[in-house]
Write a protein that binds this ligand. Sequence first.
Ligand code: SAH
Length: 405
Amino acid sequence: MSRATSPGCPLPALLGLSRERLAELLGPVVDRPFRVRQIYDALNQRAVAGFDEMTDLPKDLRSALAERFRIGMPRLARRAASDDGTVKYLFELDRPAEPARSESSAQSAGSSTQEDAGEPGRPAGATIEAVDIPDGARRTFCISSQAGCGLACRFCVTGFWGPGRNLTAGEILGQVLAIRRDADLPASGYNLVFMGMGEPLMNLEGVRGALDVLTETVSWRRITISTAGVVPGIDAMAAWEHRPNLAISLHAPDDERRSVLMPINRSYPMAELMAALARYPLERGRKLTIEYILIRDFNDALADADALARRLRGLRTKINLIPINPDPVLGEDMVPPDAARIDAFQARLERRGMVATVRRRRGDDVSAACGQLRAFGRDPRGFRDGLHSPVSEAVPDLAEPAHRS
Ligand code: SAH
C-alpha cells in the first residue's frame, strides 16, 4: 500500500467519525451513499484495520482510500493474559496530526509529554493500555481516555507516571475495536468502563465522540464513566440527552484525607462534588456508583464507614469498595486491609442502609488491575507528597519516590 506521507504529517483518520462526518470527509473519493455505509460498517462493525480488508469495495477505491486516509486503529504492541482470563493490551497510537486538520484528531490538547519523547525525525506515538475482563457470561472492556493522567491521585500508577494528551474519539473507539478484533467479538454484548488511563471528564469531546459511535450498538446502560470528581464535567454530562452510568472515585469520607489522596479535591472539594451529584439527573432504577478504595489504616475504620454513609445520605448510590491494588511505585503505605476488616467495613455500610459491594481484583498478575495501567517510554513524574504528609507541605524524604518499575 503506497502512502505519500511524511512522519510528521499523518493522513486523516476515519475512526471516530459519525456517519455524517465520514460522508463529508470521504466526499472527494466516495460519492455514493451506499459506499459510505459499507465503509462505516467495515470500520465499526467488522473492525477492519486496513483498507485491504474492505473486500466488498472495488480494488481501485481501496487504493484511492489508502492514499488519502488512514483508519487509525491502535497498533497492538503487547498483549498480556492473566490466569483469571483478563487480558491487558498495550496499544501504540499514531502521532496526532498538527492542529487545524480533520476534526477526528483535532482535540489533541492537553499537556503532551509522550510524543515529545521520540527521536527527531521519527516521532514516537503515545502508548496506552486497555483491559478485557471476562466474567462468566459478562464481558467488560476497561478503556483509556488519555495517554496518561495529570491528576496525580496518590494511589494510582497512571498518575505516578504523569499527564498525557487527550485521546481522540477514534483512539478511544479504536481500543474497543482492537480488542474486539483480537478476541473475535461482535459489535455488542459487552460492557464498557472508562476506568483505564486518564480522566474521561477532562476529555469530554473525545469521550463523547466515541460514545456516539459506540452507542449505535451498545446500550448507554452498559457503559460507565468513572471520574475523580471533575464538577464541570459532571454538569456537562447532566445536560446530555442520553447518559452512561456515572461512577465517582470518592475514596475518603472527608476533605482532609481526600485532598491527600486526590489533589483534585482542592479544586472541587467534597461539598461541591456532592452538590453536583445531587443535581445530576438519574433515570428510573439507576444509581450513582461511589468507588471507595480501602487503604489499610488510612480510610478503613468503622467510623469512616459511618462518615461515608452520612456523606451519601439522600443520594441514590451503590458503593463499590475496592481493596487497593498495591504497586511498588505507590510505596509501603498503599496496602489493602485484611479480609475481616473489609467485610466489617462493608457490613457497617449495609447496617447504615447503604448498598455496598466489594470489587474483586482481576488481572493483577499482569498489572492489569485498577490503577495499574501506565504509559511506557518515558520517565515517571512521581508524587509530591506521601500518604501521611500534610496536604500543603512537601516532605523532603518522600518527595522523591522510588523509581521502581
Ligand atoms: N480518572 C477516573 C478513571 C480512572 S481510575 C477516576 O478517577 O475515576 C478508575 C478506577 O480505578 C477508579 O475508581 C480509581 O480510583 C481506581 N484505582 C486507581 N488506582 C487504584 C489502585 N491502586 N487500586 C485500586 N483501585 C484503583
